[in-house]
Design a protein around this ligand. Structure first.
Ligand SMILES: Cc1cc2nc3c(=O)[nH]c(=O)nc-3n(C[C@H](O)[C@H](O)[C@H](O)COP(=O)(O)O)c2cc1C
Length: 392
């Protein structure tokens, strides 16, 4: 059984917005910064890449269908695949039956995961139709039964990731979080949007604050739209959350965890890496993709990842024209060799962009972009479903 969660060990007098160790029930973590699951993106190759850049401890797998996992379906086993360098790892399960979720938690524990998370936020119809994902936010008794069944079966912490509620008329997250705490949850992760909102609008920090106020002891981890150090500070300051979790912002900027740590704890402004470091990290990411998926599939999947790294390279016409076709590590090396030659007129003797070609790190990569409604939002590089959420 997961023991009662202890409040995060904030040094006395420390401001809320600090990066510090945190406990999820019995699990001691080095930092209260988390990587949010992004199905199809935050796979083992990405997790390995971002972990080496520092500032991160617990990462989470993509959501895994508990039935598929219990049947040891190949796809599910690939989603939970991990290695020593990918530790500590939480496995996120979705399902609606307490017994299945209990068995899933036991299997996850036996596989060596540090914690098991329950998806209570996925808005996609395919998941909701099974009675799981965000539908659990409308049935506190069922959600609590699931947590209780899992928490009484395993020693690792059981956590839940939820949204604010089904829609604006049913902001159930505070009551749900309290019910899950009573049932044995060691922490809750809260994405500050409703199911109906999908990914539109801005994250509602007051909604997350209401969850923080509703629970008694367990940590609440705030999530949504954290793409800068300032947004991280705002999440801490305005919600009183104990930790923060970052999804899309980490894909646009894998250095974000280290930058936030240094900013919040030492007041340092983020130092954005130069070209050579970005290329080195991009190449490592490709290597991890190839070892995990094989050369052909790894390269094909990387065609949509390379362009994110390239957003900070400055002029990239040569790179962009070729990245969509490469099929092997050797072709990638050729591409990069050709690109370095092509890029020469734009750089100084150190290989760094001449100032007039330098991209604005806040505009063109991962940070601020104009959303449809004219507000600041996240650029659309990671496809999120659009239109009425019922049609997803
Ligand atoms: C492409 C994509 C896939 C996602 N997959 C999952 C998932 O598997 N499990 C989950 O709990 N949330 C998932 N989410 C939600 C994110 O974890 C996160 O709550 C949301 O993107 C808001 O945080 P962010 O603004 O930091 O990205 C996904 C989001 C996106 C955009």
């Amino acid at each position: 059984m997961s023991g009662p969660a202890q409040p995060a060990a904030a040094p006395s007098g420390a401001p809320e917005a600090t990066v510090r160790p945190i406990a999820l029930g019995p699990l001691q973590l080095r930092t209260n910064l988390f990587l949010s699951p992004l199905a199809g993106y935050t796979n083992l190759p990405f997790r390995l890449t971002v972990r080496t850049l520092g500032g991160l401890d617990l990462c989470t797998t993509d959501l895994v269908n508990v039935r598929s996992l219990l049947r040891r379906n190949h796809g599910a086993m690939q989603l939970v695949a991990t290695c020593a360098e990918d530790s500590p790892l939480a496995v996120q399960l979705f399902g609606a039956e307490p017994e299945e979720m209990r068995d899933g938690a036991l299997m996850v524990e036996a596989l060596g995961a540090a914690s098991v998370d329950i998806n209570m936020g996925c808005p996609v119809d395919k998941v909701v139709r099974t009675g799981s994902g965000s539908l659990l936010m409308t049935s506190h008794a069922r959600a609590a039964q699931i947590v209780a069944a899992m928490a009484s079966a395993v020693k690792i912490p059981v956590t839940a990731k939820m949204r604010l509620g089904w829609d604006a008329g049913a902001l159930t997250a505070p009551d749900l979080a309290r019910a899950l705490e009573d049932a044995g949850a060691a922490a809750v992760f809260v994405h500050g949007r409703t199911r109906e909102q999908g990914f539109s609008g801005r994250v509602n920090l007051a909604g997350i604050r209401a969850v923080v106020q509703a629970v008694r002891r367990i940590p609440v981890i705030g999530n949504g739209d954290i793409t800068t150090c300032e947004a991280a500070k705002r999440m801490f300051d305005e919600t009183g959350c104990t930790g923060i979790s970052i999804g899309r912002g980490a894909f646009y900027n894998p250095w974000i965890f280290g930058q936030i740590t240094r900013h919040l704890n030492h007041g340092e402004e983020p130092v954005h890496p130069g070209f050579e470091e970005r290329v080195a990290v991009m190449s490592r990411h490709l290597d991890h993709m190839i070892s995990f998926f094989g050369e052909d599939r790894g390269c094909r999947l990387f065609r949509k990842i390379g362009p994110w790294y390239a957003k900070q390279f400055g002029p990239t016409r040569y790179f962009r024209q070729r990245i969509h076709n490469f099929r092997s590590r050797a072709e990638f090396d050729e591409l990069m060799h050709g690109y370095r030659e092509w890029r020469r007129p734009f750089v100084d003797e150190r290989g760094e962009l001449l100032p007039r070609y330098a991209p604005d790190p806040l505009r063109s990569s991962f940070m601020v972009d104009e959303a449809d409604d004219g507000s600041e939002g996240l650029p659309g590089a990671i496809a999120v479903p659009k239109g009425p959420v019922a049609a997803w």
